[in-house]
Structure formats: structure tokens, C-alpha cells
Design a protein around this ligand. Sequence first.
Ligand code: SF4
Ligand code: ZN
Length: 344
Amino acid sequence: MALKCNVCQSERPVLKRPKNGSALCKTCFFSCFETEIHETITTGQLFKRGDKVAIGASGGKDSTVLAYVMKLLNDRYDYGLDLYLLSIDEGITGYRDDSLETVKRNQHQYGLPLKILSYKDLYGWTMDAVVKETGLKNNCTFCGVFRRQALDKGAVAIDCNVIATGHNADDVAETILMNILRGDVARLKRSTNIVTNCGDNDGQSEGTIPRVKPFKYCYEKEIVMYAYFNSLDYFSTECIYAPNSYRGFARTFLKDLESIRPSVILDIIHSGELMSLKETTIARLPARGVCSRCGSISSQSVCKACVMLEGLNSGIPKLGVGKSSKVDAIRKPIDSCVDKRLDF
Ligand code: SF4
Ligand code: ZN
């Protein structure tokens, strides 16, 4: 007898869900996938009626599926949200220029307005130029700091009050694992949050606009399958500057574990959520202020992006990525009791 879908008991299954092993037909998979995201959104109270939501859109699978599903659920459940696509052009030839073409098509396919901000316009540097200056060692540190700030600036420019990102369960589990391996207790606590930047004050997520992760419990594999079965238009090439980083090793380790025990991704997230951390072991969070140079939210007198820019512009790019007396001379904690571990 041919195998039947575990939900409808009539159609032929097209996949086995990695998170619980159930075999589902296409229709039931769509329904489960979408309903679970709706539950994540409502249980986590990620949005309220009238919110203007900037969907961080890179053209990759996660953000393309996010834009598609957000539009679908907003219509289906009448969330009352105003949705926008917000893209950051890092200036990476052969990668971001191509993926942005995908986002430009998505704006028409989904009928969502699109705003693109470039590093070149914001900072005067493309990532191609940064890599020429710094080599391939710290490129992602520059890129990550610039992107966090650029997303905030972009959301402000289009008057959005929430940023939704396509971080999926694999990303969250990876980050929890990395923070455990590094003993970074402050970040470990934050890495399990579904909403960040809502007063969590740290050098990592300096900013004012809350960020939410509707895909926190979605497996990457299911996002890929959802995109595939819906024939969504997304860009799948990796960044040409993607490094062999610590995160890459954590990812490989996680994939190895997943091949033996598929539930490991959700298990790690639940472990992170349930971990209770003694207040005394959590580094004190620095006070929030405003960067004296660019006006961005910062826990220091000069924000990290401005220190990095000063390094680039003065021909000493290491200034922005290391801890040196030169950096200390530029940056003064707004609260002098700040635990430095939080800042870099
Ligand atoms: Fe930027 Fe690194 Fe990501 Fe490339 S891999 S887009 S350089 S953060
Ligand atoms: Zn600044």
C-alpha cells in the first residue's frame, strides 16, 4: 500500500519533516509551515496592528520566503501590518548586485515597496573596497557592524517601527552553540530572544528599532523546500567573501549532529531558552547613548561603525577590529562601569 500523508491520510507525501519526522503532502506541508509561523508571531507578540514592518530582504531563500509568508499571513489573518522590503547593498560585485536583482523582482511579485541603501552612500566604502584594504580576514566584522546600523537607518528612512529578519532555527541554534563554546554568557542569554533591540543594550545590536525573528523555529531545510514547492524566485549563491569562520565550523558541527538526530536544532534552542543564568554571572549591560559623530545609538561615545570608518579612512583598518589604546582614546564608555566583553 502506498504511503499516505500523516495529516490528510489521502495524498502522497512529498517530504518527511526534519523537526518531527512526519510525512506530509504538499498541501499539508504548506498549511503546517504557515500555521506554525502564525503561532510564533502571535505567541511571541511580534507585531501589533498598524505596525510598519521592514522585512530585511537580501534576495536569499530565508528573506524571500519571509517576505512571501509575511504577505500571505498578513492578508489571511488580517494582522493590519504595512510591509516593506528593505535591502542593504554592501557593494560586493558578483554577489549582492545579482541578489538585489532578485529583490527587485520580488517587490513586483509580492507588491511590496522596496528601499535599498548602500554602504557606499552611507559610509563611502563598498565591501569590495574594504576587502582590498583589509584582506579577507576581518571583512565580516566590518560588514556585520555596517549592516546592523544600515538596517536601522533604512528602517528609519521608510518610517518603519519594526524590522523582521529571516533568521531561522538553524541560525539561532548555531549562535547559541557559538556563545556556549565561547563562554559568552551575556550574548547567550540574548541569542535565544525572539525580539532583540527592545532595550537590550549591547555593542552587538546597537540600535533602536526592535528586530523580530518569525522563523526562529523554522528549519532551514523546510524553508528551502517551501521555496522550492512554491517556485519562489530567490538567489542561492554564497557571498564571495564568506570566510571559513568560527560560525562555519559551528554550522558543520550542527549539521553533523542533525544527520544523526534531526531534532537537535530545536533541542538546542529549547536548552538555550530554559537555561537560567545567575544575574551575577551576566555582565552588566552598558548604558545607551548616542554616537557623538553620527548620532546612532551607541554604548560608547563613538559608535563601532564610526571607529571602523576612522580606521579605514586613515589607512589603519585594524583600528576598528582590535582592542587598542588608540580605540580607547576614541571611544569612551558612556557608563564607565561597562564590562568590555560586551562591546566587541
Ligand atoms: Fe558580508 Fe561576510 Fe556576509 Fe559576505 S559573508 S555579506 S562579507 S558578512
Ligand atoms: Zn557613529
